[in-house]
Write a protein that binds this ligand. Sequence first.
Ligand code: AMP
Ligand code: ZN
Ligand code: MN
Length: 633
Amino acid sequence: MDSPKSNDSTNSGLRDSTSKANDEEQDELCPGFRNADAFVKYGLGAVLSATKASASLPQTGDEDDFYRSFPGFREFCESQGDKLLHCMSQIMQHHGCRSHLRDQSKLTGLEERFDLVVDSNDVILERVGILLDEADGVNRTQQPVLPAGFQPPKIVVSSWNRMVALERSRSETFRLLHAKNVARPQLKFKEKVDNSNTPFIPKIFIKPNATKPLSSYFTNKQIRKQRPEDLDVPAALADLIHQQRTQEHVEDMFAHPYQYELDHFTVPEGLLSKPEPQMYKPISKTKCSFIDSLEDLVALNEKLCKLSEFAVDLEHHNYRSFLGLTCLMQISTREEDFIVDTIELRSELYILNEAFTDPAIVKVFHGADSDIDWLQRDLGLYVVNLFDTHQASRALNLARHSLDHLLKHFCTVDTDKRYQLADWRIRPLPEEMVQYARTDTHYLPYIYDCVRAQLLDFNHGQPGLLQSVWNKSRDISLKKYVKPIFTEESYLELQRKQKRSLNTQQLTAFRLLFAWRDKLARQEDESTGFTLPTHMMNKISEELPREPQGIIACCNPVPPLVRQQVNELHLLVQQAREMPLLKVRRWLEPMFLPEVTMFGPHDTSRVSESDLHHCSRDGKLDTHARSPLYLGF
Ligand code: AMP
Ligand code: ZN
Ligand code: MN
C-alpha cells in the first residue's frame, strides 16, 4: 500500500493532516496515521477500491480475449500484472512465506500460484487473529464497542475479517468482535448432527407434490427415526439391523427424492413468454417479518403456496461446526420480506416443501449451488422449478455475475457484501444484519422479470435461451448433498497441494495428524480449520517436535483442541519419527502414485497395505473402523 502522503486529497478525511507539529507526529502509529483506527480505515478504503477495480476487469473468456487482442492493452496488463506479483511476493516474503509467484520455472500453473496465495493468506490471517487475541487480552476489562446505534445483544457479532467501514458512520468507532460468546446452536437441535463417516441419507419423510411416491425407507417412521446407534440393542445386533436396512433400501436411500419429478419437469408455457417487469416495492415500504415459531412458519407456507413465484436465499456458518450450519433463510415475495430462523425451526422447515416442490411456483435464487446442498443437508428441503438468476446472468453474458452487479445493473441499488461473512448464528439478530439479509432476496423477483425479458429479446423472442437457463437451474436442483468422507487417501489430496518435499517421517506425521484432525472435528462438531488449521499441521509435520511443548510452539494461537490433546499429538509425532528416514520427492504427483515410491521402488517392506491400496472414491461406505489410521484412537 502506498503511503497516503503520496495520494491526493480524497484520502485526507481518513488520516490526520500532515501539517501537525513534530511532537504530535512522534505519537503517530506510522507516518500519516495517528492511530490504528485511521490506518485501518485508510486500508479498508484502499482494499475496497482495489477489489472494485479488479472486479471490473474484462472477464476471462471472450471479453478478455477481445481486449487482449490490442497490443497496448496486453502490454499494460502484463506490466501491471508484474508489478502486482512483485508486490505480492514482497508481502509474502515479509511474512516468511514461499513467494515464487513470478518464478515461472519453478511453478507452472495458475493453480499452483493460487495455492501459494491461499497459503500466505492463511499465515497472515492467522497472525491477525493472534494479534487480535492479544489485544483482546489487554483490553479485557473494557466493554466491546459496537457500531453506534446498535444495542448489544448478549451475544455479539463475530468475524474480524469483514469490512467495517460503514459509509454512513465513517467517524464512528468499531471494535472487531469475536465469535467466542456465541452459544453453540447445535446444542439445542432436536436431531443430533450426524458427522459419522458414512454417506448422507436424505432427511425426508413426507413428499408433497409427488408424482412418484417416496420410498418406504423414508416413510416408515420406525426406520427413519431410529438410527441403529440409538436403539437399545447390543452393538452386533444394531450392525445387523443396519446392514439389512442398507441392503433393502440402498438405492432409494441415496437417490434424489425428487429425481423423478425433476426429470419430468417442464416449464409452464406462460413462463416462456415475455413478461412486463413488475417493479419492486421500496424496502422502506415493505413489511419484513422474522419467522421463528411453528405457527408463523405454517402461515408463511400457506402464503407461499398461493403465489406464482418467490425468492429465496440462505446464510450459513462453517467455522464452529463440522458440516456447517444453515443459520437463516430469506424469502421475498413481491409484497413482503421474511427472515426465517433456520436454527430455531431446523426440524420444522420441511413444511416448506409444499411450496418449494410445487412445480407451478417459481423459486428464484441467485447462485443456488450451495443453497441446494444446505437445504437438503439441514432442512430436508428440495426445490422443483428453480430459476437461478446467476445462470441467467451468464446466459446474458453480463459483465459480471454477482448479485451486487445485478442489483446495480437492474435496480441501481448499491450494496456492500460486508456482512456476507458475519457470524450468522448470532441471536437476536442485529437489525443491521436483518437489513443486509433481506436485500439478498428483496429485489430478486423483479430481477427475475428483467432477465427473462432480456433472455427473450436476446434470442429474437425465441424461448431457447430462457429455456436453457431453466434447464441449468433444474440441473442445480438435482444436485445431491455429498458429505465429506474420510478415506485413507484423503490426506494425499491436501498434501499434494502443499508442494513441499517431505521425507517419510514428515509425511507420516502429516497423515496421522490429518486423521486425528478429521476424527476429532467430527466428534466435537468443529470444522477442521478450527480443530487444527492446515498451516499449523504443515508446520508440525515439517518440524516433528520432540516435545509436546514443541507442538504448542508450532501453533500460534494454540487451537483449544490442540492444547487439550497435545499428548496424543505428541505420540503421533513420535510414531512418525520412528519411520525410516527417506526423502520423498514428487511422488505425490498423480502420475507417480501407482508406484507409491515412498521407500524407493525396491523397498515395499514398510509400506502398509493401506498405503498401497487405492480403493475407489466411490467406496463411500468405508468407515473409520476399516481404517488402520484410526486404530490408534
Ligand atoms: P450469499 O449467497 O452471498 O448470501 O452467501 C451465503 C453464505 O455463503 C454466507 O452466509 C457465507 O457463509 C457464505 N459465503 C458467501 N460468500 C463467501 C465468501 N466470499 N467466502 C466465504 N464464504 C462465503
Ligand atoms: Zn446465496
Ligand atoms: Mn445471502
